[in-house]
Design a protein around this ligand. Structure first.
Ligand code: F6R
Length: 260
């Protein structure tokens, strides 16, 4: 696990976009795991720029999104399929047939989850997984108490999470209660993980995820066990880390021995 602290969200988005661009150049049929929410918006905007201005080619890339609300179809503005089209897919040359998001309108949730897992496996597994972190420490919609070995499945949202997503739905009472989410165990199988977190409101939960115990109370803490995870933070999100200066020092000096 590496903690990388950038001066601000823009610089962090640039860092993550560069990682993805280099990975696509090295492996054009890269398999990307994607998140929605506010956190990755700048990253997606930067990837769109790179496609438009530098010819970054997504034509052979496959994507798997982490989650979807049950009961929402792709044309519902609150659905994650809609979000992904608006923020990324409609602006790059990706093949829509290779963009997998759980189907929120499925009438067979168990089958949908199984199929999603087997598609990830069939693609050869996720090369780079992008994550955000919820105010309660969730990754995907793996709410507190989720098994750290969990797979793609049905999940009920906590009220914290419904509150955090209320704006998009015009009030907490309108936020769907149930979702399909990939599991913590599924996420852990990604070859590389980049978790993005920005702003002071994420500082305490980032501290718990990075420097607290591994616990199902904060499912992001399971990433401490992952072999190649970066917590990519702005200064504000890093502000409660007790080893903040150490992480900065290590990152600033490692180029002497390793490629950045
Ligand atoms: C979204 C997802 C969630 C979000 C998290 C943070 O696909 O899986 O875990 O990443 O809730 O949301 P924001 O970025 O809106 O703070």
């Amino acid at each position: 696990m590496e903690v990388i602290i950038q001066p601000d969200e823009k610089a962090a988005a640039e860092w993550a976009a560069q990682q993805i661009a280099s990975a696509i150049e090295a492996k054009p049929n890269l398999v990307l795991g994607l998140a929605t929410g506010n956190t990755p918006r700048k990253l997606y905007r930067r990837l769109v720029d790179m496609h438009r201005n530098q010819g970054l080619d997504f034509s052979a890339v496959t994507t798997f999104n982490l989650d979807e609300y049950l009961g929402l179809g792709p044309d519902h503005p609150g659905s994650y399929r809609y979000f992904m089209r608006e923020n990324l897919f409609d602006h790059i040359n990706i093949n829509p047939k290779l963009c997998y998001i759980p189907n929120g309108l499925t009438d067979d949730v168990l089958q949908e989850c199984e199929t999603f897992e087997s598609r990830i496996e069939g693609s050869g597994g996720i090369d780079i997984q992008i994550l955000g972190i919820g105010p309660n420490g969730h990754i995907g919609f793996n709410e507190p108490g989720s098994s750290l070995g969990s797979r793609t499945r049905f999940k009920a949202l906590t009220e914290d999470t419904r509150l955090a997503n209320a704006e998009m739905f015009g009030g907490q009472e309108n936020v769907p209660r149930f979702v399909i989410t990939v599991g913590v165990g599924t996420i852990q199988e990604a070859r590389r993980i980049i978790l993005l977190a920005f702003g002071e409101q994420k500082a305490e939960i980032v501290r718990q995820a990075v420097e607290g115990p591994i616990t199902c109370e904060v499912t992001a803490s399971a990433l401490q066990w992952h072999r190649s995870t970066v917590f990519l933070l702005d200064e504000a999100a890093a502000s409660k880390l007790k080893r903040r200066d150490y992480y900065k020092y290590a990152y600033e000096h490692k180029w002497k021995y390793l490629q950045k």
